[in-house]
Design a protein around this ligand. Structure first.
Ligand SMILES: CC(C)(COP(=O)(O)OP(=O)(O)OC[C@H]1O[C@@H](n2cnc3c(N)ncnc32)[C@H](O)[C@@H]1OP(=O)(O)O)[C@@H](O)C(=O)NCCC(=O)NCCS
Length: 326
């Protein structure tokens, strides 16, 4: 860092208000964030400086208040409409079963699931427990911050691992508009057919007739925007082999490259985990690299569950890729 100039600027960016008297207890100089001067924060950042906010604010009448730093972080992220809010904390993330310390860390939580988990957690939370940070993430997400993360400070390089590896290491709460990513119903059959048909014609996807899709519609997940379906994927479980096939993953060509393929994959993974499957697999002739980039590994066709092997089209010579689910 020799000769590097890092400008860090603090200032009166925060206005505070007293917590006041709650249930008969006077919180004295403990305060809440009343307002963040987002325009000045933004101007300072645009000028090439880092803004450092201390958990300390003044009321318009000049009284000083001690603020919770998490409240400062969330309020600022909301005021700036930040893309991301990261909490580097004493907790490793949010566990799938909050009361079971052995259960896995949920690496991605849709806002609706985060709210549900929060409802099961103790209401009187303190810094140092997961619920406390989860509440902040939900608040940020509800107010327009798309992604909030809870990361462990005990892990070296936690932020880099979270941001630059596919699954990350902590928990990310995402404001996934549920009306856009949902399970398919009988009314979606026509749209799914229209979506996959061009890829069936050019041989990227195996042909599936209307009857087959109608029969299996419950296996499909779709992405919908303004009533138009522009992405789909199906999960065919093979519970006896503790795995499931992801099939018909398709995103409409005019919206490819915007992360929808990945969102569909994540949802299929969630559905597979919910069905207690240990892995998902795909058969592909052209899209192998996309799957490898998303954590799949190539295996021999012999790996396939017996029931699927019988249907394997040896002429098509599809490659089989598997992703283990944590
Ligand atoms: C594969 C598919 C679902 C990805 O959807 P998407 O919404 O574009 O995916 P994402 O936005 O999450 O990912 C886009 C990234 O994948 C890359 N990608 C897309 N198709 C790829 C392919 N066939 N091989 C390797 N990488 C590919 C893009 O270049 C882009 O890379 P970047 O992020 O480095 O720019 C979409 O390309 C598709 O519908 N393809 C046709 C059907 C198909 O092949 N389905 C799989 C059947 S097995």
């Amino acid at each position: 860092m020799a000769n590097a100039v890092v400008r860090v600027i603090s200032g009166n960016f925060l206005t505070a208000q007293p917590v006041g008297i709650v249930d008969g207890i006077d919180f004295m100089h403990s305060g809440l964030v009343r307002r963040v001067d987002a325009a000045t924060v933004r101007r300072t950042i645009d000028g090439g400086s880092i803004v450092l906010l201390s958990p300390f604010g003044f009321s318009p009448t000049g009284e000083a208040f001690n603020l919770a730093m998490e409240d400062v972080a969330t309020s600022t992220a909301v005021a700036l409409q930040a893309d991301k809010l990261l909490f580097v904390t004493e907790v490793p993330g949010i566990r799938e079963k909050p009361d079971d310390p052995e259960s896995e860390i949920d690496t991605e939580l849709a806002l609706v699931d985060a709210r549900r988990l929060l409802a099961q957690m103790p209401a009187h939370d303190q810094p140092g427990n997961g619920a406390f940070y989860l509440r902040q993430c939900v608040r940020a997400c509800e107010a327009g911050v798309e992604r909030s993360h809870i990361l462990p400070y005990a892990v070296d390089g936690a932020i880099l691992q979270e941001v630059f590896t596919h699954d990350g290491i902590g928990t990310m709460v995402v404001d996934e508009k549920l009306e856009t990513l949902r399970e398919a119903g009988p009314d979606d059959v026509g749209s799914i057919l229209a979506l996959i048909e061009p890829f069936e014609r050019d041989g990227t996807l195996v042909k599936r007739g209307r009857t087959e899709i109608e029969r299996d519609i419950g296996n499909y997940t779709v992405i919908e925007h303004d009533g138009v379906i522009f992405g789909c994927a199906a999960l065919y479980p093979y519970p006896e082999a503790h795995t499931g096939e992801m099939a018909a993953l398709t995103v409409s060509p005019n919206v490819q490259g915007q992360g929808d393929g990945e969102r569909l994959l994540k949802r299929v993974e969630q559905r597979a985990r919910a069905a207690d499957l240990g892995s998902i697999f795909v058969l592909t002739t052209r899209t192998m690299h996309w799957f490898i980039k998303h954590g799949f590994e190539q295996v021999d066709a012999d790996w396939l569950p017996e029931a699927r092997k019988r249907k394997y089209n040896w002429d098509r010579r599809s490659q089989v890729l598997v992703k283990k689910l944590a």
